[in-house]
Design a protein around this ligand. Structure first.
Ligand code: ADP
Length: 247
């Protein structure tokens, strides 16, 4: 499969007779950052629901990893264990726990259930959590309760919690929404850094943020891929211009 980590081939989904995804194909390499853009209703969320096993496509294939394992029909927990992590728009951190405890919890949850039950933090886990806090820019806040963090810091903490589980593919939904300019810059740096060792797909509406990500862009429209390439390339595409101008 041409060295791709994820290869989605001609998938379709119909909701009550409406084709939300229409023979959509998409592929991403193992250390690649990709932005998905497209107007509301283009199928971006449904696409992520399919990749994570929440929605089953009516046709097509979702192939994963070196051995091109078919993910269709696998439940969400198994897909997550195979190495696909998803971050939703709203951060879901444990507000009354510290940054350290949140990250440690995420790290601990990668272990087998019985091991989690009898878990005591190892020195290397503590070191890993401290490294992660540094990677997400929260080294100074490591003893603070997550509830005291800003909206942007909570988003980074949640990204850190996903990174603790070391996914091979991270799907991120509108990470920059509601952030200050400085927070957006930091978020773009964080995602670019994360994509050096794993695939990262970012669904985003904010074009300035997409420009900061400085990566290949895939434009979805009516459940299919309308255009793909650099941001400059796709924003010069007449079909893309027409879709965004509502023609
Ligand atoms: P986007 O994330 O790009 O805004 P979505 O994937 O949320 O687009 O939606 C694609 C289309 O599918 C929309 O027209 C939406 O109304 C429709 N849709 C999504 N989920 C459902 C569902 N569970 N039932 C019916 N229609 C749905």
């Amino acid at each position: 499969m041409n060295g791709a980590l994820l290869e989605v081939a001609a998938i379709s989904v119909t909701f009550d007779g409406f084709k939300a995804i229409n023979r959509l194909s998409f592929s991403i390499g193992p250390a690649e950052l990709r932005a998905i853009i497209g107007p509301n209703g283009a199928g971006k969320t449904t696409f992520m629901d399919i990749v994570t096993g929440k929605t089953k496509p009516d046709e097509g294939q979702v192939l994963w990893g070196e051995v091109s394992r078919n993910l269709i029909g696998m439940n969400e927990a198994r897909i997550a264990r195979a190495g696909i992590g998803r971050k939703f728009q709203r951060p879901t951190v444990f507000e009354d726990q510290t940054v350290f405890a949140n990250l440690l919890m995420a790290l601990k949850n990668t272990r087998a259930p019985l091991a989690v039950l009898f878990y005591t933090p190892k020195r290397r886990d503590v070191a890993r959590v401290e490294d992660l806090a540094g990677e997400i820019g929260l080294a100074e806040q490591i003893r603070r309760k997550a509830g005291e963090l800003s909206h942007g810091q909570k988003q980074w903490l949640e990204i850190g919690m996903l990174l603790a589980q070391d996914p091979k593919l991270l799907l991120v939904d509108e990470p920059a929404a509601g952030m200050t300019l400085g927070e957006r810059e930091h978020t773009a740096d964080l995602l670019r850094e994360a994509a050096k060792t794993r695939a990262v797909v970012v669904v985003e509406h904010d074009m300035e943020f997409v420009r900061r990500l400085d990566c290949k862009v895939t434009v979805f429209h009516e459940g299919s891929v309308l255009a793909e390439g650099s941001l400059d390339h796709v924003t010069r595409n007449q079909d893309v211009i027409d879709v965004y101008l509502g023609r």
